[in-house]
Design a protein around this ligand. Structure first.
Ligand code: SF4
Length: 389
């Protein structure tokens, strides 16, 4: 046995290769041995043994359940993975959570040549503090941030632990939580996802989705100027055409209104031809009127118009509302969605509509939340001292 062999095997899930190598070296392993171990963990999903000693081992939380819903593109899979609870903390005394789960969703896509691949929607927090009115996760309140290892473990589970092995092509931070509220861990997870000897996802295949935290957008703007991350995707849940409606359904808008958000986004360093994706959850009676489409088009005008000769720097993704439990609003009809999309297109907005996969799984955007704990009261209803709920 090497003199420095770790008593507990090193878990690479929260480590880039460079950091893993440092730990491996201090345990007496060479850079080459570290490289072999790292690749084995991510590519084969198993631990690594050198001279009879298993010294590198992934430790993802176990899968607690998985739900599969068939769609025309293939099965959509939602799975729950266990993470450590908050036992022993003041929070546990108040709400009694000894073990927790995070939810992730695999969404199938069919490519131009007919091949199927998956987008993995990952969570960055257990619960969320931001209280969006249409969101299932908001019902839970904020419980805790996930670590980089817990974020990467969701990819590991989808790749190596589920009943089937899924080819994950894209990854979106669109599950439970606001990524900008846990940005250090999210950025570290992105470094690991992009590690060529690890998951080896391209930055262009990863999207960070935010409700529009301007401070976080500024930090992400610095991150994407680092080599290798320029093509990282940015998506903003806009969901409203004006401050009045947005503040009603997204409390963060009271602290960071739409004008300030747009200014930050116009300064964001997009790659040539790149676009910011604006998510618009269409809620009947709230934000679906023709006048709302007109206002939204005007708001987005500084990003440019969609014509035969020009592409704007903004893409609007219209998502039919997927009613959360006890929702005061219904889902929109096909006609309502189509009319809104067509009006935007006529106004020169580059717009797509997203099919709602996972309606019965409650696994679409803003719809994640663990049933056992979602009925608990909300925690931390504030944002930098500004009340948001
Ligand atoms: S939509 Fe996102 S930011 Fe808003 S409450 Fe839900 S998880 Fe949080």
């Amino acid at each position: 046995m090497d003199s420095g062999t770790p008593l507990i095997p090193i878990d690479p899930l929260g480590l880039t290769l460079a950091r893993f190598e440092c730990l491996a070296q201090s345990a007496g392993y060479s850079p080459d041995q570290a490289l072999q171990a790292y690749r084995r963990v991510f590519r084969e999903g198993s631990g690594h043994t050198t001279r009879g000693q298993e010294w590198a081992r992934p430790s993802p939380g176990p899968i607690q359940s998985q739900l599969v819903e068939d769609t025309p593109e293939g099965p959509t899979v939602k799975f729950l993975q266990r993470v450590a609870g908050v036992a022993g903390t003041p929070l546990a005394d108040r709400i009694g959570l000894e073990e927790l789960s995070v939810e992730s969703v695999l969404i199938p896509m069919i490519g131009r040549l007919g091949q199927r691949s998956y987008t993995l929607c990952v969570s960055s927090q257990v619960g969320c503090a931001l209280g969006c009115a249409f969101c299932e996760t908001a019902q839970m309140g904020f419980i805790r941030n996930l670590t980089p290892a817990e974020i990467v473990a969701q990819w590991f589970a989808a790749r190596h632990l589920l009943d089937r092995r899924y080819e994950i092509r894209n990854l979106v931070f669109m599950g439970m939580g606001e990524p900008m509220d846990n940005l250090d861990a999210v950025l570290e997870a992105i470094r690991i996802f992009c590690d060529n000897n690890g998951p080896a996802l391209g930055a262009s295949n990863i999207t960070v989705s935010t409700v529009g935290r301007i401070d976080g957008i500024g930090r992400l703007a610095s991150f994407v100027t680092e080599p290798g991350y320029r093509r990282l995707g940015l998506s903003v849940s806009i969901n409203a055409p004006n401050d009045e409606i947005r503040s009603q359904i997204m409390p963060i808008n009271r602290a960071m209104p739409m004008d300030a958000l747009r200014s930050a986004l116009l300064e964001y360093p997009l790659r040539p031809g790149g676009k910011i994706c604006f998510e618009y959850v269409l809620i009947p009676g709230i934000n679906d009127a023709p006048a709302h489409a007109d206002e939204l088009a005007e708001y987005l005008a500084p990003f440019g118009k969609w014509t035969r000769a020009t592409m704007p720097r903004a893409l609007v993704n219209v998502i039919p509302y997927n009613p959360r439990r006890n929702s005061p609003w219904p889902a929109p009809s096909e006609t309502q969605v189509n009319e809104f999309v067509h009006r935007l297109a006529q106004l020169g907005v580059y717009v797509k509509r997203r099919r709602t996969k996972g309606r019965t799984l409650m696994g679409a955007c803003g719809q994640l939340g663990v049933e056992q704990i979602r009925s608990r009261r909300r925690i931390m209803p504030s944002l930098g001292g500004v009340p948001i709920a």
